[in-house]
Ligand binder design. Structure first.
Ligand SMILES: [Zn+2]
Length: 422
C-alpha cells in the first residue's frame, strides 16, 4: 500500500489520490512556501483584484505587523479591510459584529495568527471565498481542517469547509518561532492519539475506514516525537500538521473526531488556570488513552444501562446545548455501540491502543522538556471525572467513551468518584 507519509506535501494536497479505500481523495487546500508578505500579495492579486481582502487580526498583532500585511494586500491591487478580533472569540460579542458586517466586495480572507484561524476559516467558509493563512509559528491547531468549529454564544457551531484554503509557510519566520510555540504545536499533534483509536473503532463498527489516512495521521504523530529536536523543528511540525490536515480532509474530519475533543470542551470552564483548547485536548488525550487501554484490555459484561433522560438533563444544565439536542445525539450514537461487532477485532484494537499508549510517557516528557506549561495538575479529580463521564453525551462523534457509557463503565466511574467526594 502506498505510504502517504512519504508523498511530497504538494502532491498530497495538490493531486488526485486513487485510494485503496475506494475513494478518490483530493483537497481544496494548498501550501505555498516563501516570504509571507509576498505570498499574501500574490494571493490578493489572484483572488481579490479591484475588490476587498479582509485581514483578520488581534489588536496586538495589528500594532506589531498590521502595516506590513495591509501593504502586502494592497500590493496585489486589493482594498484592504482590517477586522480586529479578540482572541477569545466566544467571550467577545464585538467579534461577531465585526465579522458579520464585512463588505460585500470581500473576496479573500487573510489571517496570520493561529488563535484566530478558526474565526477567519469559519467566515471564509461561510462566504465560500478563499482563505490565506500565513504560518509564522508552528502552532496550527485545526489548520486546513475540513470541519471548522467556532464557539458562538457558548456553543460550538460547526461548518464543513470546502473553500480554497492556502497555508503560507514562511521558513525564516518559523525558524525564529519561540520555543513555547514548538511545545504547543507538538502537544496539539500528539493529542490525535486518542482520535486514532476512535477512528479505528468506528471503522470496525461502520465499515467506513481509510487505512492510508489512518497511517498518514499516525506517522505524523510518531515523526513529531523526533522532529522536535531537529534544527528545523518548527517547519517539520508544521509539515506534520499539514499531513494531519490532509488525512482529515480525506476522511471528512473523521480521523480527528476523538473523545478528547468533547472532554476538552467540558474542561473549558474548569481548572486552576484557563488553558487553551490545544492544551485541554492534550491533557484529555493523556488521560483518555489510559482509559481506552483499560477498556480494551479487560473483558467485561454489561454493568448497567444508562439513564439517557437524566444524563441529558444534567448536561444541558451546564452547557449551551438543549436537552433535546443532547438526547437526539445520544440516541443516534447508542445503536452503534455493539460490543459483539468489535469482538473479532478486540485483540488487534487492544494491541494498537497499547502501542499508542506506550508513546505517551515520552510525549508528555518531551512536551515538558520543550518548555510546555505544566497542565497535568490543573484540574481536580472530580472535574476530570465529570468531563470524561459526560463527554460521550455532547453532540458529536461516536467514540470509545460511547462504548464505555453504554456498557455502564462510565456510570461506575462516576459512582466511585461520588464516594471519594463524600
Ligand atoms: Zn482512502
Amino acid at each position: 500500500m502506498e505510504d502517504l507519509f512519504k508523498t511530497e506535501i504538494s502532491a498530497l494536497l495538490g493531486g488526485e489520490i486513487s485510494c485503496e479505500c475506494g475513494k478518490q481523495h483530493h483537497t481544496n487546500a494548498r501550501v505555498r512556501k516563501g516570504k509571507f508578505t509576498e505570498e499574501i500579495g500574490k494571493l490578493a492579486a489572484k483572488y481579490a483584484p479591484l475588490s476587498s481582502a479582509v485581514f483578520v487580526s488581534s489588536r496586538g498583532f495589528f500594532l506589531e505587523r498590521g502595516g506590513e500585511v495591509l501593504r502586502a494586500v494592497r500590493s496585489g491591487g486589493s482594498d484592504a479591510v482590517n477586522v480586529v478580533l479578540s482572541r477569545r472569540f466566544d467571550n467577545a460579542l464585538e467579534n461577531l459584529g465585526g465579522l458579520l458586517s464585512l463588505p460585500e466586495s470581500m473576496r479573500l480572507v487573510v489571517v496570520c495568527e493561529s488563535e484566530l484561524y478558526d474565526a477567519a476559516a469559519y467566515f471564509s467558509a461561510l462566504k465560500g471565498i478563499p482563505l490565506a493563512y500565513a504560518a509564522l509559528s508552528p502552532e496550527a491547531e485545526g489548520v486546513l481542517s475540513p470541519v471548522v468549529t467556532l464557539k458562538i454564544k457558548n456553543k460550538p457551531e460547526r461548518l464543513y469547509a470546502d473553500n480554497p484554503r492556502f497555508l503560507i509557510a514562511d521558513e525564516d519566520k518559523l525558524a525564529a518561532a519561540p520555543k513555547e510555540s514548538v511545545a504547543a504545536a507538538f502537544a496539539s499533534l500528539a493529542s490525535h492519539i486518542v482520535s486514532l483509536v476512535d477512528y479505528r473503532v468506528r471503522g470496525v463498527l461502520t465499515g467506513d475506514f481509510c487505512r492510508a489516512s489512518y497511517n498518514l495521521a499516525r506517522s505524523a504523530v510518531s515523526d513529531s516525537v523526533n522532529a522536535v529536536y531537529a534544527e528545523n523543528a518548527a517547519l517539520r511540525l508544521l509539515e506534520n500538521r499539514i499531513r494531519m490536515a490532509a488525512a482529515e480532509i480525506f476522511t471528512d474530519g473523521a480521523v480527528s473526531c476523538g473523545g478528547e475533543n468533547a472532554a476538552a470542551e467540558l474542561l473549558e470552564s474548569c481548572g486552576k488556570s484557563r488553558l487553551s483548547a490545544a492544551e485541554r485536548k492534550f491533557f484529555a488525550s493523556v488521560i483518555l488513552i489510559d482509559l481506552y487501554a483499560a477498556y480494551f484490555s479487560a473483558p467485561h459484561e454489561l454493568l448497567c444501562v444508562p439513564d439517557y433522560g437524566a444524563r441529558a438533563e444534567e448536561l444541558a444544565a451546564y452547557t449551551g446545548y438543549g436537552e433535546g439536542e443532547i438526547l437526539k445525539n445520544m440516541l443516534a450514537c447508542a445503536p452503534l455501540a455493539r460490543e459483539e461487532k468489535l469482538a473479532p477485532h478486540i485483540r488487534q484494537l487492544a494491541e494498537e491502543t497499547e502501542t499508542l499508549r506506550g508513546w505517551m510517557p515520552k510525549i508528555a516528557a518531551t512536551y515538558l522538556n520543550l518548555g510546555g506549561r505544566d497542565i497535568f495538575r490543573n484540574f481536580t479529580y472530580a472535574e476530570l471525572v465529570r468531563a470524561v463521564c459526560r463527554a460521550p453525551d455532547l453532540p458529536g462523534a461516536f467514540s470509545v467513551l460511547t462504548l464505555m457509557r453504554e456498557s455502564g463503565a462510565l456510570e461506575l466511574l462516576e459512582a466511585e468518584n461520588a464516594k471519594i467526594s463524600f
